[in-house]
Design a protein around this ligand. Sequence first.
Ligand SMILES: Cc1cc2nc3c(=O)[nH]c(=O)nc-3n(C[C@H](O)[C@H](O)[C@H](O)COP(=O)(O)O)c2cc1C
Length: 157
Amino acid sequence: MDPDTYRKVVGRFATGVAIVTTRVGDLDHAMTVNSFTSVSLDPLLVLFCAEKVARFHGAVLEAGVWGVSVLPADMEDASRFFAHRGRPVDGQLVRWPHRRGDSGVALFDGAIATLEVATSAVHDAGDHSIVVGEVTSLGMPSDGPPLLYHEGRYKSL
Ligand SMILES: Cc1cc2nc3c(=O)[nH]c(=O)nc-3n(C[C@H](O)[C@H](O)[C@H](O)COP(=O)(O)O)c2cc1C
């Protein structure tokens, strides 16, 4: 079993796409993810997986709070931008209208769903950490079909 075959096999599982955000001091961090998953109704728990080498990994562990903005099909450009390794972090949100939740994290105005989350557990998982958290706010700022990711490509319904 080689990594390329593994990627192809798991890539057949279609997902949505979200941008997770966090804030350390006055610096906003953001990263494209497709590992976002709802976990529990009582209490309300969600998770995403953060690659340990991503800058977002250290930032979200330090902050303890994060936002999730679920992307509509017309925000593929945002998904590409926040997946680009090594982009400047400072001012990276300026192109994307957003508001701040009570926890201070950015939530995108164009998102079809938003959540604010407080980290409740971090599980070690190989080259990633599984970040689990309790939901502290919910929103649906925009409407529209979701952005999908399948077999390494963006798709829409
Ligand atoms: C569709 C898509 C989904 C992704 N999902 C994840 C994910 O779930 N977890 C992760 O750590 N990186 C994921 N990535 C990669 C990160 O977005 C990418 O490494 C990013 O540049 C990290 O930013 P940072 O180094 O500023 O934290 C994904 C990329 C794409 C294009």
